[in-house]
Design a protein. Structure first.
Length: 366
């Protein structure tokens, strides 16, 4: 038996689906909207057809849990201008290459001659800088609490090693403040959150308590089909029992305290700042910028740039999709002008993007 076989066992899935239907019938609401925050959950739900197992009064909505998707247009614009104005060598994860800026993408800029390297980690970007001492190298630091510790460790290494031709353009964000902002948004209709397992492995349980304090159940779940179904059942059970707590389904990977070492590293290297989220707006205390001790590695401080007002893609409803108020199939561009090969909006670019998941799985599994 494969090690992950129990987490995708059809018999267990059918049993959980039956319990979900029974529990949903005990909830005194005409319908229940649960939001899976993480893009990996969105992909897992559609790939496994989990949404087809749910009763008619339970719906899953996608949230702002795709780092590439919530990164604003202005960030791509800034990366482009760093090259155009200062000739830096850009290094980035592959899923940022096709994300549209106001007028171009990094992919198009590379085709036009821009210096751009795709890397698998911030340490790879630092290695590029060390191998090119005569060139300024900027790493596009995009991600949530999952990837930020790796970037923090890389900045510390650059600092301690005396590498001065390396810097980062930080778009790191933290998840819990965005969920509180969603709750306050007028077009959000959510009764519970399926929380991201990867992020939670770093931050633990405590940061989600303000969400539960607002009356919304929270369950941190894994990514296999049984994980997701069990997480949904736990959310519905809280609603049926009129509870709103933070529970952990993903106990094999998530400890209540998270990862203290990673959290300490984040606290040392970064500090909180207000941050712009695509589709949600500027959220107080939801971004990470380099602390004063490491400010020399901030690309925007090292290389000041002039940015025009950003231009959003016309007709794209990615922002509404990220808030859970619309579905990709509600967009007139979806599958016509906007596809993974030629994305108009960021939600179609990343494999964690809701539009990309719908495009790949929706017509097959619905």
């Amino acid at each position: 038996m494969e090690i992950d076989a129990p987490f995708s066992d059809p018999g267990l899935a059918r049993g959980l689906a039956e319990r979900i239907a029974a529990t949903a019938g005990e909830i005194d609401l005409p319908s229940v909207n649960l939001m899976e925050v993480c893009g990996t959950h969105t992909t897992a739900i559609f790939r496994a057809g989990i949404h087809t197992l749910l009763p008619k009064n339970v719906a899953m909505l996608s949230g702002p849990g795709c780092p590439v998707c919530v990164t604003p247009v202005s960030y791509v614009d800034a990366a482009v201008e760093l090259h155009r104005e200062h000739g830096v060598l850009l290094t980035t994860f592959g899923d940022m290459v096709k994300v549209p800026g106001s007028h171009t993408t990094l992919e198009r800029e590379k085709a036009a001659g821009a210096g751009l390297r795709t890397v698998y980690s911030a340490l790879d970007a630092l290695a590029v800088a060390e191998a090119n001492p005569g060139r300024q190298v900027v790493f596009l630091a995009v991600g949530f609490e999952t990837t930020a510790p790796g970037v923090a460790a890389t900045v510390v290494r650059a600092h301690d090693s005396g590498v001065r031709n390396f810097s980062i353009l930080s778009a790191h964000k933290i998840v819990p403040p965005a969920l509180c902002a969603l709750i306050d948004a007028p077009d959000t209709n959510v009764q519970g959150f399926l929380m991201p397992g990867h992020v939670s492995a770093i931050i633990g349980v405590e940061p989600y308590k303000p969400v539960a304090a607002r009356g919304l159940p929270c369950v941190i779940a894994g990514f296999e089909p049984i994980d997701v179904l069990q997480g949904i059942l736990m959310l519905l059970t809280q609603l049926a029992e009129r509870r709103a707590e933070v529970e952990v389904q993903y106990k094999r990977c998530v400890r209540p305290e998270g990862n203290p070492t990673a959290r300490a590293l984040l606290d040392r290297v970064f500090e909180l700042e207000d941050s712009e989220w695509r589709g949600v707006g500027k959220i107080p205390g939801s971004g990470l910028r380099l602390a004063p001790a490491f400010a020399e590695f901030d690309a925007l401080k090292r290389f000041p740039i002039r940015l025009p007002e950003p231009v959003e893609p016309k007709g794209c409803i990615c922002g509404q999709v990220l808030r859970g108020s619309r579905r990709p199939i509600d967009c007139k561009l979806f599958g016509v002008r906007c596809t993974p090969a030629a994305p108009v909006g960021a939600c179609m670019v990343s494999s964690e993007g809701t539009c990309a998941a719908y495009y790949k799985y929706y017509s097959v599994s619905s």
